[in-house]
Design a protein around this ligand. Structure first.
Ligand SMILES: Nc1nc2c(ncn2[C@H]2C[C@H](O)[C@@H](COP(=O)(O)OP(=O)(O)OP(=O)(O)O)O2)c(=O)[nH]1
Ligand SMILES: Nc1ncnc2c1ncn2[C@@H]1O[C@H](COP(=O)(O)OP(=O)(O)O)[C@@H](O)[C@H]1O
Length: 233
């Protein structure tokens, strides 16, 4: 159940997991908008640290550039203090934890209420990621079929060109998705054993969303959602 901080404030903490391209970012935005949870994306947080040249950012960049996961101790040193600053907020973590060691570190720092796991067919992931283009500076994501930019090939906000990341190119995709599965399996098993795992399987985000939305409506007391929405607007 949601953790009680004091007599008036209830908090709700959730994690969203899924392979690259499963729609974590897209669904997280809808959850943040609809339920007022603060959306924390490990990828966005790393990109901010890289852009501002923090010590952890400089180190993380060397791994990301090689297509590797950032080591667990770097991730936990970055993310856990950020979560500790959020003691008065309900949040949704996207992209963390990714390994068993990260899940154990998170577990010792807070209690989760819910884990959403997206189980999307491999063919769908391959199809989606091969159409994904990003605006490198901001991390804004487009899909040439699902949410295309207003003008082909350029970012809606800045007008700068979009790029396709090397690891979204078809030849890198299969290995990347296989690696995700191996690393995520023990994390999923931990949350399953705790009884907080909810898995959603479909080929379309728009078909999954109503189920996630009704799950959250049932789990998040209305007063938390209202309070969080008020504090984030
Ligand atoms: N065709 C189609 N594309 C979708 C659907 N849902 C999301 N997309 C697109 C948006 C993106 O271009 C791409 C991946 O979505 P996201 O960036 O939300 O996924 P995720 O955050 O899991 O990926 P990441 O971990 O950042 O690699 O697929 C859908 O239902 N159908
Ligand atoms: N929890 C994490 N543990 C280790 N590395 C991470 C983690 N989250 C993000 N990263 C690194 O940052 C990169 C970008 O992350 P993200 O934006 O979530 O994209 P993707 O899911 O497509 O890999 C990842 O490829 C990985 O190198």
């Amino acid at each position: 159940m949601a953790q009680k901080l004091d007599d008036t404030k209830l908090l709700f903490r959730a994690v969203i997991m899924g392979p690259p391209g499963s729609g974590k970012g897209t669904i997280s935005e809808r959850i943040a908008r609809g339920f007022g949870l603060q959306h924390l994306s490990s990828g966005d947080f790393l990109r901010e640290n890289i852009a501002s040249n923090t010590e952890a950012g400089v180190l993380a960049k060397t791994y990301i550039e090689k297509g590797l996961l950032v080591p667990d101790h770097v991730m936990t040193r970055l993310l856990l203090p950020r979560l500790e600053e959020m003691t008065c907020h309900s949040w949704l973590l996207d992209g963390f934890p990714r390994t068993l060691a990260q899940a154990e570190a998170l577990n010792s720092s807070c209690e989760l209420d819910l884990v959403i796991s997206l189980n999307i067919p491999l063919e769908t992931l391959k199809e989606r990621l091969s159409h994904r283009w990003i605006h490198q500076a901001s991390g804004r994501v487009y899909n040439m079929c699902f949410n295309p930019p207003r003008v082909q090939g350029v970012d809606d906000i800045t007008g700068e060109p979009l790029i396709q990341q090397d690891d979204d190119k078809p030849e890198a995709l299969v290995a990347r998705l296989r690696h995700y599965k191996d690393v995520a399996k023990p994390v999923i098993d931990v949350y399953k054993a705790k009884g907080i795992l909810h898995t959603f399987s479909d080929t379309d985000t728009d078909r999954i969303w109503p189920y996630i939305s009704s799950l959250l409506s049932a789990k998040i007391p209305t007063d938390i959602a209202d309070a969080q929405r008020a504090s984030t607007h």
